[in-house]
Ligand binder design. Sequence first.
Ligand SMILES: C[S@@+](CC[C@H](N)C(=O)[O-])C[C@H]1O[C@@H](n2cnc3c(N)ncnc32)[C@H](O)[C@@H]1O
Length: 265
Amino acid sequence: MSERIKDYWNQRAFDSSGSLTATTQDIWLRRLEVASLIGMLETLRLPPGTRIADMGCGDGNTLLQLAQQFPDYHFMGFDYAPQMIESARAQLAAIGGLDGRVQFSVGDVNDPVASTGAGQLDVAMTDRCLINLETSAAQYAAIARIAECLKPGGLYLAIENFHEGQDAMNAARAALGLPEIPVRWHNHFFRETEFLDHMAPYFSGIMFHEFASAYYYATRVIYSGMCKMQGVEPDYDHEVHRLAVQLPPLGNFSPVRMAVMRKSA
Ligand SMILES: C[S@@+](CC[C@H](N)C(=O)[O-])C[C@H]1O[C@@H](n2cnc3c(N)ncnc32)[C@H](O)[C@@H]1O
């Protein structure tokens, strides 16, 4: 199964040939994720020289946008799909001027220390990466290794999917007679209480940022309801998506959320 998931991501990188759809069809969600990460890093006001790693960076689009936004920071991204890293390096070369501050490599989030070294990072990020690991045990083992990569007091920003938001979204869809959106075949979502229990040995000050809740409510409930009424298929590039990324956080209607936490000293 895990080889099948890796093949899937390699194939997506190949098929998307540098477009934003490499890591999800929902291109406005990707933009919202980047905007939310930029907002979070701006709030954190980290010092020059800050070292940030994106684990499971896909085609590197997120990391490259962060690198352009924060010229005083150093960035590394790794992904186990070589085709994704090829795409990331091609984009790095196309942008130009970031060499030396941004590096991409092939690596596995099950052993992130092999890619970043131990205790070297100020910030570790995963963005819809750990949901590709097949069991909760594998996910929490990976997080324990991610903690090893961080300096004491370092931050982990986890944009990952949780059942609670998915369930709330599906309940709202059901009220409009819309079918449930299932978890995809290659994904394994987190559960909040279990997640918090497993973070406690390594991290403190855990906070959830529901940056995509209003976006999911607008696109997966209201817009999907409109499409049903009109008898048309939803379009990920519809102007409702474009508008919905501008909505402030509201409620918990999104499977995707950002957990922010600090490595205990
Ligand atoms: C949904 S994509 C997200 C990519 C990127 N983080 C983004 O936000 O666009 C998931 C990525 O995780 C990578 N991935 C899955 N399992 C991995 C593992 N064990 N180690 C490293 N990368 C992995 C996949 O190759 C894919 O690029």
